[in-house]
Unconditional design. Structure first.
Length: 180
């Protein structure tokens, strides 16, 4: 931003950045007309982290309640929940099917992650409505990641927010971090 200078920074309409909290202030201050956009990888990675947190909670609850069969059934579910559906092995598809049949909370969290990932595959003009619907469903499901930025009224369709939680772009090849 220093190299661009104040005049050129003021001309910026979009700034692509990760979701590090320290970046919002400088963008708002030095690029007042820009909308902050985040890439699909980081958005879906947050959803995947929230999904994994729920997976661990469900597993620990089952163990503490003495439900060893349920806890055992969740063993090995992490990668089946993390991976894109089109990349699942036969065994992982079976594991995901078992989760669907035995644990509605965990499967619902998986669906939320997958639906969020799909938002990036639709045309931008439809993504805002889909993202709003997804956030409403996540709140109702009590699965919204803590600290997740909710869309403010100023980011309603037709308004120009200073910062936004995401900007739909073509879907990335992987929806999850590469490290386990």
């Amino acid at each position: 931003m220093d190299a661009l200078g104040p005049e050129r920074c003021a001309q910026l309409e979009l700034v692509s950045a990760d979701m590090a909290s320290w970046i919002s202030g400088p963008i708002a201050e030095r690029c007042p007309n820009a909308v902050r956009c985040v890439d699909p990888f980081h958005v879906v990675a947050l959803a995947t982290d929230a999904l994994d947190e729920i997976r661990r909670e469900v597993w620990n609850e089952a163990r503490k309640a003495g439900q060893t069969a349920v806890a055992r059934g969740l063993k090995g579910a992490r990668f089946a929940l993390w991976k894109n559906p089109e990349n699942l092995t036969r065994r992982q598809r079976a594991k995901l099917s078992a989760v669907q049949q035995t644990n509605q909370r965990l499967y619902r969290a998986y669906l939320l992650k997958e639906q969020l990932r799909e938002i990036y595959r639709v045309p931008a003009e439809h993504a805002t409505a889909l993202l709003d619907a997804w956030l409403a469903w996540a709140r109702r499901s009590r699965l919204e990641p803590s600290g997740s930025p909710a869309r403010s009224p100023s980011s309603a369709p037709g308004s120009k927010p200073r910062s936004t939680t995401s900007s739909p772009t073509p879907a990335s090849k992987r929806s999850t971090p590469t490290s386990a």
